[in-house]
Write a protein of this length. Structure first.
Length: 403
């Protein structure tokens, strides 16, 4: 049936659930909604209405997700069209152009960071002459053609590749998708630069969009501690932490990962950076099991890097994840020489920073090691965090001097 003239689908909020929207938080959960007027489809723009009938903003409707609406704008008069996306994409591009840490140090960074760039569910990463997109929620999926067209116009590139194969799309009722969206098909391995290092990136099948761009500044911080050090790089993936450490003068790095393909790419990156074979070693295995073996063998290191994958993707799994973080940190504390450094991270957004700190503290206590925080680490500045979206601060890290 044809929509009536002036038809506008609306989502009404419960009176006690309006506070977050008034604070411009971009997520509206299903439990906050009292009614839906009309029959909005997947990703369609809806008006968000207060219990008193006031329009609070406009967002993308997602009938399958617990996050039922993601706000595009808190301006009641805003029109969600091509011009709207052009303005938001330009704002994101301008921010990266102004970041001093990106000016000459790298040709790989996050160009659009979802909710914190006021484009909920949209991720765009730059790798040399290619862009990689993730349409992670119903809204960006609905406007995908407009978004791809604008990216090709506003940010000249050789090609745009889609990596919308993250698990979160299933929660949105969306199938995984990947492939060329514009221009050339990227090579199997694409070379990027980061500071003094060069890396090969697999943007087609690699983890995330191919590389851990959010750790860029933290790899630089590791380099400052590495002169002459023996380093254990756990969950090493393609060896980015290792390359920075070795370029900075580390005497030896042991890369540990359970993926053979990741270690193959790591070896290629060592060779690409001209690092002699005798200064590094790759070991395939489960980090928890291998670190226990190292404990039995009484092996010791000057620096240990713990950059595990996300241990928790639902609040119901939080306690299990906490045990995992404690276990791996406890093992690392036992393998450090006195005066050594532990670089420990969590990329689990559901794990609060304070809780992560307590877990690490308890691990040190159980191993009877005295540890001092000398630095707190976060995600790189091209992964900004909107003040209205604290959930965007997912990456947290500590540099600990251990006695």
């Amino acid at each position: 049936m044809e929509a009536a003239v002036g038809y506008r689908p609306r989502v009404g909020l419960r009176e006690e659930r309006e506070k977050s929207v008034l604070g411009r938080h971009p997520w509206i959960f299903s439990g906050a909604i009292s009614r839906v007027d009309g029959s909005p489809g997947m990703g369609e723009t809806v008006e968000v209405i207060s219990s008193k009938g006031e329009t609070l903003g406009k967002g993308a409707f997602s009938p399958s997700s617990q996050i039922r609406v993601r706000l595009w704008s808190s301006d009641p008069e805003c029109v969600i069209d091509r011009q709207f996306f052009e303005q938001r994409i330009k704002e994101a591009i301008r921010l990266r152009a102004d970041l001093p840490s990106l000016s000459s140090s790298t040709n790989a960074f996050r160009l659009i960071n979802g909710e914190s760039d006021r484009l909920p569910g949209l991720i765009v990463d730059r790798y040399a002459d290619f862009l990689v997109c993730q349409f992670l929620s119903a809204g960006p999926e609905y406007f995908r053609d407009i978004i791809v067209s604008l990216l090709s116009e506003l940010y000249p590139c050789s090609g745009i590749y889609e990596r919308s194969d993250a698990d979160v799309r299933e929660k949105e009722g969306l199938d995984p998708r990947k492939g060329v969206l514009f221009g050339e098909d990227p090579p199997e391995l694409l070379e990027i630069t980061e500071g003094p290092c060069r890396f090969l990136v697999d943007i087609k099948t690699g983890q995330k969009t191919g590389f851990f761009l959010d750790q860029r500044e933290n790899r630089q911080r590791l380099a400052a501690y590495c002169d002459g050090a023996q380093v254990l790089n756990c969950f090493s993936y393609s060896g980015a932490f290792a390359a920075r450490a070795l370029k900075a003068g580390a005497s030896h790095v042991l890369n540990l990962d359970d993926s053979a393909s990741a270690l193959e790419l790591c070896a290629k990156n060592m060779e690409l950076n001209g690092i002699p074979q005798e200064r590094w070693e790759n070991l395939q295995g489960n980090a928890f099991k291998v670190l226990r073996q190292f404990r039995e063998q009484e092996r010791r290191f000057d620096i240990i890097v713990l950059d595990p994958p996300r241990f928790v993707d639902a609040k119901s799994h939080l306690m299990r994840a906490a045990r995992g973080y404690k276990d791996i940190n406890l093992l690392a504390f036992g393998l450090l020489r006195p005066g050594g450094y532990l670089f420990t991270f969590s990329c689990s957004g559901l794990l609060a920073t304070d809780l992560f700190g307590k877990i690490v503290s308890d691990a040190a206590l159980d191993t009877k090691r005295h540890a001092r925080i000398v630095e707190r680490l976060f995600q790189a500045p091209d992964h900004p965090v909107g003040l209205n979206f604290p959930e965007g601060a997912y990456l947290k890290g500590l540099v600990l001097c251990v006695m």
